[in-house]
Write a protein that binds this ligand. Structure first.
Ligand code: 5GP
Ligand code: MG
Length: 178
């Protein structure tokens, strides 16, 4: 499929599934080198990362834990306003080597919050692996340790990424038509 329609927008093919899979192999090779005997904890950020995590961890040859978290904002009862909270982290990550798995890093706001909340749990090390990275939009200083593909600032869907709920199941990645 060269084009898909989701809600009111049309999207054009941007990255085919074979290119996606090859780029994940490169990250997997690096992680196999760097984490062979470390029994890392891979932590995927839901919802968008589910396909990336599935494809990546199947290529990791050592022992590892795999977990998923969700970042939730809720209105605090105090005057502090919006509070961020991690939902779903049941593993004790103290003294563990953590690798955060993201679908896409854009401004880095999400990543920064996740990073701050995970650091409080005292992992031995924490690294970031993202499938897609938008360097032109990134505003933070947290290093992106592993990145499969750098992309422009356009809005993408597919391979886990949604447009108002649709498109996560597409095996290719598509870019919005202007
Ligand atoms: P950030 O907090 O880095 O600005 O954005 C991270 C989140 O915004 C991603 O996890 C993803 O949910 C969403 N996002 C950023 N860029 C895109 C994009 O091009 N397409 C889609 N579907 N979501 C995006
Ligand atoms: Mg995400």
């Amino acid at each position: 499929m060269d084009k898909v329609c989701l809600h009111d927008k049309t999207f054009t093919l941007y990255l085919g599934s074979s290119k996606i899979q090859k780029s994940i192999e490169v990250i997997a090779d690096s992680l196999n080198n760097d984490y062979a005997d470390k029994n890392p904890v891979f932590i995927g950020i839901l919802n968008g990362s589910f396909l990336f995590v599935a494809d990546l961890v199947r290529r990791f040859k050592g022992n590892c834990d795999v977990s998923f978290i969700r970042l939730s904002s809720y209105e605090g009862t105090s005057s502090k306003g919006v509070v961020d909270e991690l939902i779903g982290l049941h593993e004790d990550i103290q003294n563990r080597d953590v690798v955060v798995l993201e679908d896409i890093v854009d401004t880095g706001n999400t990543l920064e919050k996740v990073f701050e909340l995970l650091i409080k749990k005292k992992p031995r090390t924490i690294k970031i692996a993202t499938f897609l990275f938008k360097p032109g939009a990134y505003t933070k200083n947290i290093p992106i340790d592993y990145c499969a593909l750098e992309v422009g600032n356009d809005f993408l869907v597919g391979y886990g990424l949604d447009y108002n709920g649709l498109g996560r199941n597409l095996e290719n990645i598509y870019v919005v038509e202007e």
